[in-house]
Design a protein around this ligand. Structure first.
Ligand code: ASP
Ligand code: MG
Length: 422
């Protein structure tokens, strides 16, 4: 059993949907679970619907949703004939679910509505692909993942109930493979035991694929993306970035931790725990080897560069020249938890603590106000945090040229530089 996960870019237009179907056809008779994201930028568009709905702009929300509906119905028209009516019916059932909600006034919190509305992107895209595969005479079925992946009600970042989910997979999903070769389902979404829809966090479809892989003890997970492979740096910033043919789970976890947007950070653990390899491949060039991520130690890695732009450095200085020791640091930690901010880098001196954060203005302001009761607080904005794994001198020189390094942390493998432009 294998798992294929297709991201939004792989199904963003008609040609790409057809291309995805071609990749699926190549599996000829193998048992594949297919996990789908929403088409193209649908999730962003749905976020705008939620935003307006919650802002009391109901008309606008409905109008924006109308646009999303139409584009999906259009795709259905172009992709299906024999399956046409069935596709439309399935889509329209989902439309009704959402519109019913949009016609009401919000009485619960934002995150709840976010999940009830945004989850439909994956339901739409998976229905379209499913019916198109049937149109193409493939032996496929479709599953509403909300009947399988059970979560808590921490909307927008729901935690998976592994026991119930495992059970559902064994009881309701596995048997489908007796009859079908291809089972199509949605990434990113799940549901609570009260049948409320939930989402697993943006870009969470990779994680969904890993949940299924873990439970089914799959042979392999392939994530189909619009890049040739995982690269040593963002090629938009570093045109000489190279492809990385093989990476260990550890390397990928570290890269994700430092901010590399390779795969969703929660994806690796479920795979590592069952020793299931993950392949990142290009849907544009399926013949390219891509990147294999497995338990094998990565060797001969080039410097891998991860940049987190728009950082704020905050200096928390002891007010009365007393040492920054356990108690005040503990208090500060509580404030971090309270405003839900985590430093990306931190360093102690005798009487101060330096921390770098993503510049999320509202939270940074809250943090500064609360911390100023215990510390003198100084802020510096417009910094970039550059992390280099497997660094060498040449790379460091190149990265720091014409830059002022304000904070530096270094181990044998990793160097982190917080820098200001001159
Ligand atoms: N569609 C969701 C998003 O754009 C989930 C995903 O693509 O993984 O975040
Ligand atoms: Mg995506």
């Amino acid at each position: 059993m294998k798992i294929y996960k297709f991201g939004g870019a792989s199904i963003s237009n008609l040609d790409r949907i057809k291309n995805t179907a071609e990749i699926i056809k190549e599996t000829a008779g193998e048992k594949i679970l297919i996990v789908i994201s929403a088409m193209g930028k649908t999730t962003n568009a749905l976020e705008t619907v939620v935003h307006n709905f919650f802002d009391g702009k109901q008309e606008l929300a409905l109008q924006l949703f109308e646009g999303i509906k139409e584009s999906h119905l259009n795709f259905a028209k172009f992709l299906t004939t024999l399956e046409g009516q069935a596709t439309e019916n399935q889509l329209k059932d989902f439309f009704t679910e959402i519109e019913w909600l949009l016609h009401d006034k919000p009485v619960r919190n934002y995150d709840y509505y976010y999940d009830q509305i945004v989850c439909c992107g994956e339901l739409f895209s998976s229905s379209l692909l499913y019916h198109y595969l049937r149109e193409e005479k493939l032996n496929a079925t479709w599953v509403d993942v909300r009947d399988i992946i059970r979560t808590d009600n921490n909307f927008r970042d729901a935690g998976v109930d592994w026991i119930v989910t495992d059970n559902n997979i064994g009881e309701h999903l596995m048997p489908l493979f007796d009859k079908y070769n291809l089972v199509i389902t949605q990434g990113f979404i799940g549901s609570t035991d009260e049948n409320e829809s939930t989402t697993l966090g943006r870009e969470g479809s990779d994680y969904s694929a890993a949940i299924f892989a873990n439970s089914l003890v799959a042979d392999l997970v392939t994530i189909w993306k619009d890049v040739d492979a995982v690269k040593s740096a963002d090629p938009k910033v570093f045109p000489d970035a190279v492809n990385l043919p093989a990476l260990s789970y550890t390397e990928v976890i570290e890269m994700a931790y430092y901010g590399a947007q390779v795969i969703h950070p929660k994806t690796i653990k479920p795979l590592q725990n069952k020793n299931i390899p993950l392949l990142v491949k290009s849907f544009l060039n399926p013949l390219l080897p891509g990147t294999v991520i497995s338990s094998k130690a990565s060797r001969d890695l080039p410097p891998i560069i991860v940049i987190k732009p728009d950082q704020v450095l905050i200096q928390f200085k002891s007010k009365d020249f007393s040492f920054v020791e356990d108690k005040p640091v503990e208090d500060l930690q509580l404030i971090f938890d309270n405003v839900k901010l985590k430093p990306n880098l931190s360093q102690n001196t005798a009487i101060s603590l330096l921390c770098s954060f993503d510049n999320r203005e509202e939270k940074i302001d809250q943090l500064a106000v609360q911390a100023s009761e215990i510390f003198d607080v100084e802020l510096e904005k417009n910094l970039s945090l550059v992390t280099v794994r497997h660094y060498d001198n040449e790379t460091i020189e190149r990265l720091t040229k014409n830059k002022k390094v304000v904070l530096k942390q270094q181990t044998q493998v990793t160097i982190q530089l917080l820098m200001r432009d001159f």
